[in-house]
Write a protein that binds this ligand. Structure first.
Ligand SMILES: [Zn+2]
Length: 258
């Protein structure tokens, strides 16, 4: 277990954990593992930081009635308002059999602003035996009102690199540079927006644009590549309000066109 997980589990076991935790970092699997270890520590039958009791086992298998996962439905880019309303209603109830109801929102940056507004009161005045765990790549992707009500904890580890996307971006940039073909840029935007982890894909695009500026790309000045990289990073911040990722990336890449 990572040191962040150990520390949080110990705090949870003592009953001193903040009621709303933001776990952030690039490695989603690590965020999920830490969230599960917190849920175990909060509900372990042996009162430890998570062992092999039946409660911990069921949390691991995601069938514990008091540990809820609020996640993206298949091919959806947003966690729906209905999912959040369901969570808020559930959060008013007592735990079914454990000590604490745990709600793991993954990824928390996929919750729309409207849906967040439904959770604010709950996050501010939660019932005693409720803990919210919000997973995200970066706390900057969450609304300030959410951040101020939560404790943020960084979880280390790197995301596996999406090499397929990276080479697609490089090839498409090359095609755009050689043939002045704007459809290559639209193809990049479409591909990036399709990725399951859109924010990671946008960050990778910004990185690839910076690398192209450093390496040099014929017919496209470094200045324009860096302007597009800046625009791409701005697009990442706009994702907080859940604007259309594809449109945002298209606008950012427009800096490449004279
Ligand atoms: Zn246990």
């Amino acid at each position: 277990m990572s040191s962040a997980a150990e520390l949080l589990s110990e705090t949870a076991r003592r009953g001193e954990l903040h009621h709303a935790i933001i776990l952030h970092g690039a490695a989603r699997e690590n965020l999920r593992a830490v969230a599960l270890s917190i849920a175990k520590a909060l509900n372990c039958l042996e009162g430890t930081t998570g062992d092999d009791c039946t409660s911990c086992q069921r949390i691991e298998r995601r069938i514990h009635p008091d540990v809820h996962f609020i996640e993206l439905a298949d091919d959806k880019k947003l966690i729906s308002v209905d999912q959040i309303r369901g969570m808020v209603a559930e959060a008013t109830l007592r735990p079914y059999e454990g000590r604490t109801q745990v709600f793991i929102i993954d990824p928390a940056d996929a919750v729309s602003v409207g849906a967040y507004n439904a959770t604010l009161k709950t996050l501010e005045e939660p019932s005693r035996d409720t803990t919210f765990i919000l997973l995200t790549r970066s706390p900057d992707l969450l609304l300030p009102t959410i951040r101020s009500r939560s404790q943020s904890i960084h979880v280390g580890g790197d995301a596996p690199r999406d090499e397929e996307l990276e080479s697609f971006i490089r090839e498409s940039l090359g095609r755009f540079a050689k043939q002045n073909d704007g459809s290559a840029l639209l193809a990049i935007a479409a591909e990036v927006a399709q990725r399951e982890d859109t924010s990671a894909a946008i960050a990778l695009l910004a990185e690839t644009l910076c690398a192209a500026a450093a390496d040099g790309l014929e017919n496209v000045s470094a200045e324009r590549l860096l302007a597009a990289a800046d625009g791409t990073m701005a697009a990442l911040r706009w994702l907080v309000v859940n604007a259309d990722a594809r449109l945002l990336v298209e606008q950012a890449l427009a800096s490449l066109v004279e």
